[in-house]
Design a protein around this ligand. Structure first.
Ligand code: BGC
Length: 724
């Protein structure tokens, strides 16, 4: 479904009429976005709005300020052009859903769409009509703090989920009540920041760009996303904000994107630091030529475009084209004839219910030795220990400026509610995840001693992930490992719940824990979701959408790697002992750590078990342009009803460009009662098997394909077909 109606003739006529009446100053005003708004609105801001100085505000003002500012724009500015209020509504507005990386682990497009719809409704009610989401940057580097904001390492899955988010935000029509415009960001390659260091340069060969980094953006464009935002990164030496290749050739040319492009925060003048623009005037010109319609926060457009036009260095038509894109969005949103929004209520029951379901589906069971989970409610006493058991703000995760700690239900609160206060013995042990002081250990140990089971809530606090929060180490920060060591000595069974914005490495803690639930930053309803999972009122079903390394030294590590000429095999597992002269054998691995990940992409356990059998392919051979059905039976062989996320992977044996060892081509979440079998089918067309050849043509080449219908990227039942 394409949401953004093709530019309607009527709207284009109205834009043309406005453009003929607008002064150059008013046009440049439309192209400028500010983040400053005083409460209450100062006389100066009011005057600027009357003069048409701003086209948009971001992350600014109270709902009342926004309503008043809009009134002034509509009623008191010369041409009555409305303002557009944008905000980072990334994973919820007042109701906070799991961080996007967590949401992706649900592999549930419908639920993700519902969550985005709720976020949009809540934001809309506060006068917001534009979000800077979804972030569809593929990253394979958990050091990068913004891994939390993305939808995982896989372009197929990220594309699908991004489209769901866009549908959720934008609804069927941008003008409908509760709809807000979405923005695909950060275009493109930003997630490939070298060494995972925020804002670092990115080097991505075109084939990889087209196969890995561009697809989610193309999917967003095809789905009618209203806006695009170029990234802060230089891609192959050219800043994304001034990149003619990505913004003009690909976005506008190849994809025919008709929406609006907004720069990232002060990214236009940052092209000077990049060494790509000589000064702010040069930066403004380069950004405009690349097709950046609106400038976020910095004022190079305001300061220079008029002079550049007068000097003949910028064509007026480029300005008109940008303003047209901006006005079109304002018309599509219905801002010219807007009715006043309704103030936001505390999270509605339905919003909390969806937030809980999404949190429940996103949490991944990584380990469950001796089936210690689900815990029996008959355990007398439970110790709840760790800095993240009762930390509402941390639980919300990055980008939650409108979430309120007072709405958040923490694991501690939820466990007390489930079991009664008397049975829950709580001690944080550490003040926060980075705390190095051990003065809280004794209390924690005392509580652990009194308990039958110890629940550890470890991980990373909110501010360790997100923008500008890259980490060089992926370990549990602070004295968390030390706390675990002390508690483990008591011999009580340990169950660890990790809350974090990224994959962490916590091998030692994992070894000491009987079970591990990976909760990400699960949002407002994370506590009840975790409590339900721990006690079997819900069954874990999330699966990883990013590979978990054993150690940071393995990064970047991802499942869809190329085979190499000397691939390691199952006989190379473990840390090689060999002899001092040749510890390894000459295959692609490490001398000091196993070459495989700690947990592979797609991995996640359940309280049930599933058998994959009866693999079928509708025909052994497929003609170019044809279609094939790949199917398998999935049986719930366990004792509880549960969801399983069934995955389809494909590999082409020989091609003109070496193909990844596996690529995700389909996924389905199925619900199965104990003993029930479902036949899961995937349709595959030859188009689905296409890739970019050495001449950057998207083609399917004939050959032999292996496929797996699988519980994760490392296992599955395997079949084969041939494309002729
Ligand atoms: C981020 C964007 C965000 C913008 C506005 C920038 O620093 O990179 O993702 O939308 O700020 O807050």
């Amino acid at each position: 479904m394409v949401l953004q109606a093709a530019p309607s003739a009527d709207i284009e006529v109205r834009i043309t009429s406005l453009l003929t009446r607008m002064t150059l100053d008013e046009k440049i005003g439309q192209m400028s976005q500010s983040t400053s708004m005083t409460t209450p609105l100062s006389g100066q801001i009011k005057e600027e709005i009357r003069r048409g100085r701003w086209g948009s505000f971001l992350n600014a003002g109270s709902p009342q300020d926004r309503a008043e500012a809009q009134r002034i724009a509509l009623k008191e500015s010369r041409l009555g052009i409305p303002l557009l209020f944008g905000r980072d509504v990334i994973h919820g507005y007042r109701t906070i859903f799991p961080i996007p990386l967590g949401q992706s682990a649900s592999w549930d497009p419908d639920l993700i769409e519902q969550a985005a719809r709720i976020a949009a409704h809540e934001a809309f009610a506060d006068g917001i009509r534009w979000t800077f989401a979804p972030m569809v940057d593929i990253t394979r580097d958990p050091r990068w703090g913004r891994v939390a904001e993305g939808l995982g390492e896989d372009p197929y899955l990220a594309s699908r989920l991004a489209v769901s988010m866009i549908h959720g935000f934008q609804s069927d029509s941008l003008s409908s009540t509760g709809a807000i415009a979405a923005s695909a960001k950060h275009y493109v390659g930003y997630g490939a920041a070298e060494a995972g260091r925020e804002y670092n340069s990115t080097w991505v060969p075109e084939g990889q760009l087209r196969e890995v980094y561009l697809p989610p953006f193309q999917a967003a464009s095809d789905a009618g996303v209203a806006t695009f935002m170029p990234g802060f990164n230089a891609l192959n030496g050219v800043p994304a904000t001034g990149n003619l290749f990505t913004l003009q050739k690909i976005l506008r040319g190849e994809w025919n994107f008709k929406g609006m492009v907004v720069s990232d925060y002060t990214a236009i003048p940052e092209m000077i630091q990049h060494g790509y623009a000589a000064n702010t005037a040069d930066a403004a010109r380069k950004a405009l030529l690349a097709g950046v319609d609106m400038e976020m926060v910095s004022t190079t457009y305001f300061d220079h475009l008029k002079t550049l036009v007068e000097k003949g260095l910028v064509d007026r038509r480029a300005i008109d084209a940008a303003v047209r894109n901006i006005l079109r969005l304002k018309f599509q949103l219905g801002l010219f004839d807007q009715s006043p929004p309704v103030p936001v209520e505390p999270p509605a029951a339905e919003a909390l219910e969806i937030a809980k379901r999404l949190a429940t589906e996103s949490i991944v069971l990584l380990k469950n030795d001796t089936h210690i989970l689900p815990l029996s409610k008959s355990n007398e006493k439970i110790a709840v220990i760790g800095p993240l058991a009762d930390s509402p703000v941390d639980q919300m995760g990055t980008w939650t400026m409108d979430g309120r700690a007072s709405d958040v239900q923490t694991p501690l609160a939820a466990l007390r509610e489930k079991l009664g206060d008397a049975r829950v013995l709580y001690s944080p042990g550490l003040k926060n995840s980075r705390d190095l002081a051990r003065d809280g250990f004794e209390d924690a140990l005392q509580k652990a001693r009194m308990a039958d089971v110890v629940l550890l809530f470890l991980g990373e606090e909110q501010i360790l992930s997100g923008e500008a929060h890259s980490r060089a180490f992926l370990d549990l920060p602070g004295a968390q490992e030390a706390l675990v060591n002390e508690i483990a000595k008591l011999g009580r069974p340990l169950v660890t719940v990790v809350l974090a914005g990224r994959p962490l490495t916590f091998h030692e803690t994992a070894a000491k824990s009987k079970a591990i639930l990976y909760g990400w930053h699960p949002g407002t309803m994370g506590g009840p979701a975790i409590a339900d999972l721990l006690f079997g009122d819900a069954v874990p079903s999330g699966k990883l959408t990013i590979t978990f390394p054993r150690t940071v030294g393995q990064v970047p590590i991802y499942y869809a790697q190329l085979p190499t000429g000397r691939p390691a095999s199952s006989s190379d597992l473990g840390i090689p002992l060999g002899n001092p002269v040749n510890p390894v054998g000459y295959v692609s691995k490490y001398v000091d750590v196993d070459f495989t990940p700690e947990f592979p992409f797609g991995y996640g356990l359940s309280y049930s078990d599933f058998k994959y059998s009866n693999l079928r392919v509708s025909a052994p051979k497929l003609r170019m342009g044809g279609l094939l059905t790949l199917a398998a039976d999935i049986t719930n062989t366990g004792a509880v009803a549960a969801d399983e996320i069934v995955q389809l992977y494909v590999h082409q044996d020989v091609a003109s460009v070496s193909r990844p060892v596996r690529q995700l081509k389909g996924a389905r979440r199925v619900h199965l009662k104990p003993g029930e079998t479902v036949n899961v089918q995937f349709l595959v067309t030859t188009k689905d098997l296409a890739f970019y050849n050495q001449r950057m043509q998207l083609l399917t080449e004939p050959g032999t394909f292996h496929f797996w219908i699988a519980p994760d990227s490392a296992r599955g039942i395997e079949g084969k077909f041939i494309v002729e």
